[in-house]
Structure formats: structure tokens, C-alpha cells
Write a protein that binds this ligand. Sequence first.
Ligand code: C2E
Ligand code: MG
Ligand code: MG
Length: 688
Amino acid sequence: MHGTYNLWLVAASLVVATLASYTALDISGRIAMLSQSRVRHAWLAGGAASMGIGIWSMHFIGVLAFELPIPLGYDLKITAGSLGIAVLVSFFALHVITSRRLTAARLIASSVLMGAGIAAMHYTGDAAMRMNPAIEYDPRLFAASIAIAVIASGAALWIAHMLSDARQKNVLAKRTAAAFVMGIAITGMHYTGNAAANFLPGAICGAANDVDARWLATTVVLFTLAILIITLVLSRFDARTALLAGSVTRLNGQIVRMATFDTLTDLPNRRTMNERIERAIRGAKQSGSRFAILFMDLDGFKTINDSLGHTVGDEVLKAFARRLQECVRGGDTVARLGGDEFVVMLENLHAPTDAEKMAERILDMMRKGLLAGKHPLQVMPSIGIALYPQDGDSVESLLKHADVAMYEAKRGGRSTYRFFEASMNEAAVRTLQIQQALHEALNGGHFYLLFQPKFRGKSGELAGAEALIRLDHPEIGTLTPLEFIPIAERSGQIVQIGYWVVRETCRHLARWREEGRPPVKVAINLSPRQMSEADLVANIMAILREERVASEQIMFEITETVAMQDAPRTIEMIRVFQENGFEIAIDDFGTGYSSLAYLQRFRAKQLKIDRFFTNGLDENGQEGRAIVSAIIALAHSLDMDVVAEGVETGSQLDRLQDMMCDEMQGFLLAMPLSAEAFGGMLEGSGVV
Ligand code: C2E
Ligand code: MG
Ligand code: MG
């Protein structure tokens, strides 16, 4: 007896098989994401039911597509049995797919089991027709159908396992393609199985009166589609909820991280550091151990931020954070308190020298320079160290004292470290007083200028002067710039003070001119913060015009350290100064780390040798003299004049003259003088 196929129903069976496979894949992805075993089991059971119904109903549509010229029906119990097999097989399949590891042996064993299961479902379904005489099966096609079932199951399990991670790319498209492949495999098995069946002539269906085949198939198709779709929707909805729950957890994590870590450098922030110090105090109290707090900030960081922009500033902070982390040991804490302030906590200290070594290591690391974007920069920290328990027994006092020690390190020439000492507290109080005094100084007229003469090396004639600022406060007395300029620099007041110095110098120059004195050139010191003012030169020119002084009468001194901090910018700055008729001197030469290439490109008029080297002429004998002589030769070869600062003894003067030093400045020749005294000195000197 031969049957025929209704092609529409064959296509419908393929659609159902594909949809069932897709649902299975989607659910397996869902299950793989679940960690709670209760929910996992629920999904496994529900998924198995819908997938089983899907496969099973595909089988029935397939049966319906095959039309026999006799009435057909199905035995309800056996049909239910074949559905039960389909659900069991599906449960087993989902379980295998979603297990974390799928070894080759396991895949093969599972494929055989699943293939056998599908075949069992199929042939049980056939048995439900209770054909009489029974269906005869072609052994080869029968074997082929089982082989297809096993191979298709293997492929399906493997694909599904690969796709069970829902986080991979294009997962939707991959699943659709895989579902289609799986659908073809399942349908293929069915139709091969059908081809194996041989309905004997004259056979009748013993179940023809049980359940009507058409009615059953239609109900099954609708029922199955509904179940598959509902399962899919549920799975999607649950995935969304899980995703939402996942993002809330992530967000929560982010908030916690933001509250405890610094977003720029990813280091612990102030709050976290405070907690860790508190914990360290408790631990140290119990174990009797010691620990150190290293407080540091970057010298001249404000200048970098102002002149190169915040992006470069941020890069510098990140690079510094990385260097600090490279320096410390595993158990130590590095934190950023804010701005350019960083703290390192070293626990279980053997001796204070451990902290000292760490400070030196950090300084050494930073001396190598760093690259902020495309800017090669040399940024150095100043470090203050406070030790537990001797320098404080609370978070506040330890941090405050380390900060005070850092401030001392800055006053002590920067790029260095200091241990906290009780006397430093007095210095901190003094700093506060000076800050207060500076607030009142400009309006109160507490600043004044002294002029220290400079003399020519050979002839000893007056060559010019350097303007040196003083602060005379009614309460705290006279202060030298070494005391208040770093404070004004920190607060930014130096910018206004700087303009005041230029104006005041111009006024004196104008007065001397009115008094009929010969014109003289005065050098004015510039500090780092002023250098980063965008319209510095324009503002200075405006002052000169107002006071009617020619720019040839003024030169500016830039310290070597500041000039080298951002050499390309310094070159540009000097060019603008020179275009406006000003000369430039590199001050305190020898204290920074000059690159000769840059020194040449600065095209400064003068090089001022730091007092330290002049002093060395007497103190350091032959070696000291060799250094000064080399600096002078170098400056001359670069077409610069050399000014020796701090000449205090006759022997220094003699030696400098022998070395052809161009100009001298120092207490031996003249102290810094009041404007009147210097004006008097100009009389008859004929300087230019
Ligand atoms: P500087 O530019 O190197 O100025 C030279 C310093 O050396 C002056 O100290 C001067 O009084 C001192 N000095 C001169 N000859 C001798 C000597 O023979 N022996 C010794 N021991 N010292 C000598 P001062 O006036 O205290 O100034 C210190 C620094 O303050 C200056 O160093 C300069 O960098 C800064 N400064 C001074 N005035 C100003 C200013 O108006 N603006 C800015 N931005 N900085 C200033
Ligand atoms: Mg100077
Ligand atoms: Mg100097």
C-alpha cells in the first residue's frame, strides 16, 4: 500500500520543527545564564515540555502529510507514551546543552541516547496506529533513520551548546540558522523513518475509531504552536527581567566603586584611604607594629594644568598613579586624595628607613620623566612622611602631619622628602599667617622692591640691577620672597603680585629718568604660575605703555627648572618676549636638569650661575672651579653672557674674572638696595 505526501503539510512540519528547535536554543541560553538552581530546574522542565511537544507534533504533522487510502486513527495511550518519550528526550537534551562542559565522549553518548529517544518516539507514534497486519520496516532505511536521528542529535546538541552563551555576537541570527539546520535534521529523520515503513496491502488501522487523525493533527498543531510561542515569549520576558536585574546589580557595583575609588586613576579615594588608615591603626595597636604615611603632591602641577590643559594634566596624574603602584609592595596602599595629592601607606614597617627608601624610590622613578600624550614632561613630587605611632595616633593627625612635612619638603627646594618634626607645626602656623598677610599686602601697600646691582666682570662698572621683592607686614614684620612666593604661587596671588612688580619697576625707572639719571636695565623674576598666563606679555606691554617705559629697559629671569618643565612652550614664550624687545635670562642655572639642545634653542641673553656654584669656587677647590669654568665656556659657545650670582668673597671675584665671567652680583659687591639708594648709585655710572 502506497501513500502520498501533502507538500503543504510537509512544509508545516518543517516550520514546527524549526520553531521547536529555536525555542529549545533560546531556552538553553536562558538556562545557561541562571545560577539559582530552583529557577533553573523550573526552566529545564518547562523547556523540555514545550520542546518535546514541538518535536512530537512535528511527527504528527508529518504523519498527517502522509495520506493512506484507508481511515486512520491513533491509540490515545500509545500516543501519550510517544509524547512522554519526546518530553523526556528533550529534558535530557536541554540538560546536556546547558551543562558547563561538554566533552567529546559525553557528546557522543548523549547523541546516541537522544537519537534513540527520537527514534523511539517516532516508532511508538507509528505503533499508535495499531495497523493490522503490522507495519513492516525496511531494515536499511530503518537503520538509516536511526543513524540520522543520532547524527542530527549530535549536531544539534553541539550547536546548541556553542550557542548557549547569550552574550556572543549576532546570537539571534546564529540561533535562527542553527534552528533551521536542526529542524531539517529532525524532519529528515521522520521522513526517512516513514520511507522505511511498509504498510501491507489490506492493512487496516486498529485505532481508526479511537481518535480521528485529522482532528488530532489540527489540535496538536495549534496547541503546539501556542505552547512554543508562549514559551518563547516567557523566555524573552524572563531574560529581560534578568537583564534588568543584572544591570541593577552592575549599577550598584559601579556606585559602590565610584564612592570608594577615584575615577581618573582607579586608585582608592580619600574615604577609602581614611578607612584603611583606621584599620591599620587598629591592627598596629594590637600587634605593636608601625606604619608610615607618605603624603605627596606634584611640584608645579598647576602650571602644567594651566599651560598645557586639563587633558595633559589628567595624563600626568594617571602616569604618576601608575608609577606609584609600580613602586609599592603588594600590601601597601596607594590612594589619590584629590587634585594632585596622593598618599602611600606602608604597613609593617621594620624601621623608618623603609619609608625613606620608598620616598627615594618614588623620586628616582619620577626623575626618568614621563610622557603625557605627546608631551615629554619631567614632573617631580614633594613627599612628607608621618610615622605611626610617634607622629600621630589618628587618621587626621597622621595625614595632617604628613602634609605639613610635605610642605617643608617643598620649602626645602622641592622634589625631595621630609619626615615630620614637631617644629614643623610652627611652620604650618606661619604659613597660615603669611597667607593672611598676602591677602592684605597688595591693597595695604605692604610690598616694596629692592634693587641689587650687577657689575661687569672685567671693568667692574655697573651693568644693571635685579628687582627683588619684599613684604613688610605691620604685624609679622619683613618677609623675604623665599618665604612668601611659594605660598603666593600656590594660591595664585603671584600673578597679581607679578604685575605689581613690573609696574613698580617701571615707576622707578621713570622716576630715575625724570631725575636725570642714566638709563639702566632691570631684571624682573618670573615665577612658574605667571609663565602660564596666556596674555602675560600683552599685559606687561600694556603696563609699560601706561608707565611710558621702553621694553629695552627690562629683562626677565626664568629659573632653569621652570624653563625645562615644558621646554617647547618656554621656547615659544621667550620668542614672544624677544619680539616685544625684552631680553631673557635663565636664572639659577645648574639646579635643574637642562638639556643642551633646549638651552641653545631658548636663545636667552644671559645665564645666571646659581649661588651654589659660586660658593663652590672656594669650598670645592679644583672641582668646583672646573664646573664653573665649564658652564662659562658652554654659555659663551651658545652666545650667552654669564652672570655669577652670590659673589661673597674676593677670591670668588678674582677667579670669576679670570674665567671671563661677564657679570657679577653678590653681597661682596652690593647688597640689594632701596630704590633711592640704587638711584644714587646710578648717578654718573653711565650704565645702559
Ligand atoms: P634669585 O632670582 O636667584 O635672586 C637672588 C637672590 O640671592 C636674592 O634673594 C638675593 O638677595 C640673594 N643674594 C644676592 N647676592 C647674594 C649673596 O652674595 N649671598 C647670598 N647668600 N644671597 C645673595 P631674595 O631677594 O631673597 O630672592 C630670593 C628669590 O626670590 C629670588 O632668587 C627669586 O627667585 C625670587 N624673587 C625675588 N623677587 C621676586 C619677584 O619680584 N618675583 C618673583 N616671581 N620672584 C622673586
Ligand atoms: Mg633672579
Ligand atoms: Mg638666582
